[in-house]
Design a binder for this molecule. Structure first.
Ligand SMILES: [Zn+2]
Length: 379
């Protein structure tokens, strides 16, 4: 199969090739300056340049390839210029593999009470010290160039999913801002992805996906999903976007990462995901399994010699009982968050690997059917 070049100025640095398909699902190879990503890929989230409670060495051992870091948080602390002076995110946080940064837009737009939007950008108040800052498309790109991730995101407006008027305005603004991001981007060793918006409105989603696709980004993201709409609405929109977004470029569903959402996304042609879920749940004492969640605080686990999941091959499940994990949580020991994060990350990364392998083997549809049948059985 021929290698599809996705961005002429970055010819040597980025490329994406679909290597096998089944239905709408696909597996492929996305080349970046810091290594190859086998897709579909799940990116653990390192909000402040650390995936909470795990070391980069542990992440590598878990098989993580891509991680996400947040522009909003790093701009405020320690500051993108500090990270630039330290050589960028890769040496700063000691992650040798690909990194993706978001644009900061999602965090800023989530703060309904402390931000003001205008055509040029957004003025917002820092959640750390209340100081006033301003993000524009140009500023978001400058910050991301200082952070020096491999994949960077256009600055977009994420509107509440059911608000038609706000979504109409947000889609138009997102498009104008995408053009401004392309204009100001100066580094050739970063791939800038566009973001399609439009809430739950099919005509706006279609319009946005077409507009963003036509701008010729090396990858396209689907924003504004998993923010309060129903699962059925999300699935319908993903299926519709699958028809519009270019097939020869990676598609990235932002902020999505429960096991069922990952399988549903891959079934509808998505290649990349990120989510705080595995590490956030770990800090709230919950273990993710393919058959649902287990809260290890529950007294039922007090004398339980079983691992979290007998079928799991992670470090935590090989070595530790539910009784020990519950003890660590009750005693407020830091190791609890680490061991649960290792298990939760392993569960999602292994699920992605199983999906990739079944796509190569041509058994993905059977794999997905079995996955959903097991979920119904348990819940
Ligand atoms: Zn495990």
């Amino acid at each position: 199969m021929s290698l599809v070049e996705t961005n002429p100025p970055n010819r040597a640095l980025f490329s994406f090739e679909v290597t096998a398909r089944q239905g709408r699902a696909r597996t492929g190879l996305f080349r970046t300056p810091h290594g190859d990503l086998l897709t579909p890929v799940f990116a653990p989230v390192g909000t402040s340049a650390t995936v909470k409670a795990v070391t980069p060495a542990q992440l590598q051992e878990l098989g993580a390839t891509l991680i996400l870091a947040n522009t909003y948080h790093l701009y405020l602390r320690p500051g993108d210029e500090t990270i630039s002076q330290m050589g960028g995110l890769h040496p700063f946080m000691q992650w040798p593999n690909p990194i993706l940064t978001d644009s900061g837009g999602y965090q800023v737009f989530s703060m309904a009470d402390s931000r003001r939007i205008d055509e040029d950008g957004v003025t917002f108040k820092s959640h750390i010290d209340g100081s006033i800052h301003r993000l524009t498309p140009e500023k978001a790109i400058t910050i991301q160039e200082n952070l020096a991730a491999d994949i960077i995101m256009a600055f977009d407006e994420c509107a509440p999913p059911y608000d038609r008027t706000t979504n109409e305005r947000a889609v138009e603004r997102t498009h104008r801002w995408a053009e401004r991001c392309i204009k100001v981007k100066s580094r050739s060793d970063q791939a800038l992805f566009g973001i399609a918006q439009g809430g739950i409105f099919h005509d706006l989603r279609e319009e946005s996906a077409r507009f963003i696709s036509e701008l010729g980004f090396p990858g396209n993201a689907i924003g504004g999903l998993s923010v309060g709409e129903t699962k059925e609405e999300m699935h319908t929109i993903l299926s519709e976007l699958d028809e519009i977004l270019p097939e020869d470029k990676p598609r990235y569903l932002m902020g999505v990462g429960s096991p069922e959402d990952l399988v549903n996304g891959v079934l509808r042609g998505v290649d990349m995901f990120d989510c705080v879920l595995p590490t956030r749940l770990a800090r709230h004492h919950a273990a993710i399994t393919r058959n649902g969640r287990i809260n290890l605080v529950n007294a039922i686990h007090q004398n339980d010699p079983q691992p979290i999941d007998e079928s799991c091959s992670c470090y935590t499940c090989i070595h530790f009982s539910r009784a020990y994990l519950r003890h660590l949580i009750i005693a407020k020991e830091m190791l609890a968050a680490t061991l649960l994060s290792i298990h939760n990350l392993h569960t999602l990364l292994q699920l992605m690997q199983d999906m990739r392998q079944s796509l190569v083997a041509g058994t993905f549809e059977a794999f997905a059917a079995q996955f959903f049948a097991a979920q119904e059985h348990i819940q």
